[in-house]
Design a protein around this ligand. Structure first.
Ligand code: ATP
Ligand code: MG
Length: 248
């Protein structure tokens, strides 16, 4: 019975979350439950509050009200570094590698900050770099990478924190079309091989259909629709926004 209960409980639970910036309400009373081992899409037009939701979960913006739970733990008041130690990792809409460091050094930074020694960190970093398909670029300076390669490096850096919950903000944004399927394959493998629960912000519906189980659609900071990826994609409000979008 205990086992069954664990399976039914959400890994991440967001209750009545409100975030304001001056006079702007970026999120209003947002509720979200992310089940362990599932991939959940956060949909919505520009300015809907998707990145703000990630920032609130990661702990880099302070909500004016609401609660965030990871498993049984109320993490609402915890600093980002503590949330990272608990297993929350994220990638950024605009990638932010240390451009003067090499690929492997970028990943090592995240491992060393967990308290691991240099030699061991190098071995572990090499695994993540291989996993994301950048093995040939191990010693290349991060500034020489293409957009797609930078997105892969972001993933490797996120993996280096050993996440249970991974927040991916527009991981295919700006990536050339031929490189997208490989990145999607990587994300699927995160779940299948590493058991990581994924929350994904992504504008490309085609991409999401191959990736997400569940979805919420935000508009102006409020949840308009929630359900399976299929249900949400078929909802009128969602179709209005995404149909006619040349990228979708
Ligand atoms: N640090 C900030 N200071 C002031 N306003 C902010 C800040 N971050 C976000 N906002 C505002 O909050 C609202 C939600 O922004 P957010 O970046 O979360 O949207 P988004 O859904 O990620 O959009 P996009 O698809 O363009 O990335 C917008 O009105 C935005 O201008
Ligand atoms: Mg955003």
């Amino acid at each position: 019975m205990q086992f069954r209960r664990t399976l039914m409980e959400p890994l991440l639970q967001v209750d009545q979350l409100t975030v304001t910036f001056g006079g702007i309400v970026a999120l209003r009373d947002v509720d979200l439950r992310v089940m362990s081992g599932r991939t959940t899409a956060i949909l919505g037009p520009n300015g809907a509050g998707k990145t703000t939701l990630f920032n609130a979960v990661a702990g880099v913006v302070t909500p004016s009200s609401g609660r965030i739970l990871l498993g049984d733990a109320d993490i609402s008041a915890e600093r980002p570094s503590i949330r990272s130690k608990r297993g929350i990792a994220r990638t950024f809409q605009i990638t932010q590698p240390f451009s003067g460091l090499t690929v492997i050094e970028n990943v090592m930074v995240a491992i060393v900050s967990r308290g691991v020694g240099m030699a061991e960190a190098r071995d572990e970093a090499a695994d993540y770099v291989d996993f994301v398909g950048l093995g040939a670029k191990l010693d290349a300076p991060a500034r020489t990478l293409s957009t797609g390669q930078r997105k892969r490096l972001e993933l490797a850096r996120a993996l280096a924190t050993r996440p249970r919950l991974l927040l991916l903000d527009e991981v295919t944004g700006g990536v050339d079309r031929p490189s997208i399927p490989e990145i999607l394959d990587l994300i699927r493998r995160l779940r299948e091989e590493r058991g990581i629960t994924v929350l994904v912000v992504e504008h490309n519906m085609e991409v999401l259909f191959g990736l997400a189980d569940d979805a919420i659609f935000l508009n102006r900071g409020e949840v308009v629709v929630r359900g399976s990826m299929q249900e949400v994609a078929e909802h009128d409000a969602v179709r209005r926004i995404y149909l006619g979008d040349g990228d979708a």
